[in-house]
Ligand binder design. Structure first.
Ligand SMILES: C[C@H](OP(=O)(O)OC[C@@H](O)[C@@H](O)[C@@H](O)Cn1c2nc(=O)[nH]c(=O)c-2cc2ccc(O)cc21)C(=O)N[C@@H](CCC(=O)N[C@@H](CCC(=O)O)C(=O)O)C(=O)O
Length: 330
């Protein structure tokens, strides 16, 4: 099992540098930096990380093919690859509807745009002049003037068609999920995409991009996960609640509590509305032994990398050390 860690660049560069170096010292294999316009720029932050680390693989988790051209993405990640001496990975997904609305981007044809962007980035990284007559992107002999090196491309996906696309075109898929049931359901679409491209599963990285919260004290760990879980619940489609048997009225309570928190600042109300089954479904939370048990279940469901996503734990520094000492070696 490989281990990754996710950070949102909503902190100063030196704080992020501190946590990523701590993760590298604790033998994490990957660090994924989220990409939303309102946070610090993902490539600026990755540049610092590329200079200040030595072994951990690093990349956006995930960027998107809307707010910059695939040519700029290809060049940006190739630059990180050069600075990091070959450790860059590109995580790319369809992007986030809510943030796009705020910057006037129409979220249309995400599948088509993702396919075209990934094909163009691969072609540019191959170093040849790129002629591409797509429905969305038209390239007329674009060529990079420096060697990109080989950069794995991971696709963020949840929906069936995007999962198939990820398996067909990608070196890995980043699935925002923490429960083995979600990976059992995803398997059929991943296999369909792999067979369409004539690829085998062994070289493909199926990543559980999970919300994680680890502490020696189980209750502390689970309480720390509640706010993140509430946001995941609020943004999840009905099909997920049906799959996990989560009652519609419980979901509504979380959505109402989040509204109240935004309007009146009642954040304790959000934690109260999050149920135990929501924590178990949408996060990997508890003691190191609880987390190991879930990781073993995920492995049986075909997961090959687990990413420790927000909040990581009640005390980020302590939790990264706990994962490094009591989970990764097992
Ligand atoms: C587009 C969407 O795909 P999805 O698989 O649900 O992808 C949703 C997310 O993966 C995508 O929004 C990501 O960018 C979200 N995301 C992040 N998004 C961000 O913006 N920033 C991040 O940092 C980020 C991190 C992240 C990490 C892991 C991860 O899995 C996702 C992450 C979907 O609806 N897919 C459907 C298909 C929809 C469809 O058919 N669309 C048609 C027509 C639609 C139209 O244009 O009306 C088409 O595309 O042509 C499906 O897969 O079946």
């Amino acid at each position: 099992m490989k281990f990754g860690i996710e950070f949102v660049p909503n902190m100063k560069y030196y704080e992020l540098e501190y946590y990523v170096k701590l993760a590298e010292d604790n033998k994490f294999d990957f660090v994924w930096i989220t990409d939303h316009y309102n946070n610090r720029n993902v490539y600026s932050m990755l540049t610092i990380l590329a200079l200040k680390t030595n072994t951990i693989k690093l990349g956006p988790g995930v960027t998107n093919p809307y707010h910059i051209s695939p040519a700029v993405t290809a060049s940006a990640i190739a630059t990180i690859n050069e600075i990091s001496n070959g450790r860059a990975v590109l995580g790319i997904g369809a992007g986030d509807k809510v943030t796009f609305e705020r910057i006037g981007i129409d979220w249309v044809k995400p599948l088509k745009r993702m396919r075209e962007a990934v094909e163009i980035i691969r072609a540019l990284h191959a170093g040849k002049p790129v002629k591409y007559d797509g429905e969305i992107f038209k390239f007329n002999g674009a060529r990079m003037d420096f060697k990109a090196g080989s950069i794995p491309i991971y696709i963020g996906a949840q929906g069936p068609k995007m999962l198939q696309l990820a398996a067909e075109l990608g070196d890995g898929v980043l699935i925002n999920a923490s429960h083995p049931k979600d990976f059992e359901v995803a398997k059929e679409n991943i296999d369909a995409g792999l067979s369409k491209a004539g690829k085998s599963r062994d070289a493909f990285d199926t990543v559980a991009y999970a919300s994680m919260s680890v502490d020696k004290d189980r209750d502390k760990a689970r309480n720390a996960a509640k706010i993140v879980v509430a946001f995941i619940v609020a943004g999840s489609p009905e099909v997920i609640f049906e799959r996990h048997g989560i009652a519609a009225e419980d979901v509504q309570k979380v959505r109402d509590a989040l509204n109240a928190a935004f309007t009146k600042g009642d954040w304790p109300g959000v934690s109260k509305a999050v149920t135990d089954e929501m924590i178990d479904t949408f996060s990997i939370s508890g003691t190191p032994d609880d987390v190991i048990e879930r990781i073993n279940e995920l492995s049986k469901a075909g997961v090959t990398q687990v990413v420790a996503g927000s909040p990581i734990g009640p005390d980020k520094k302590k939790s990264i050390g706990l994962i490094g000492k009591e989970i990764i070696p097992k």
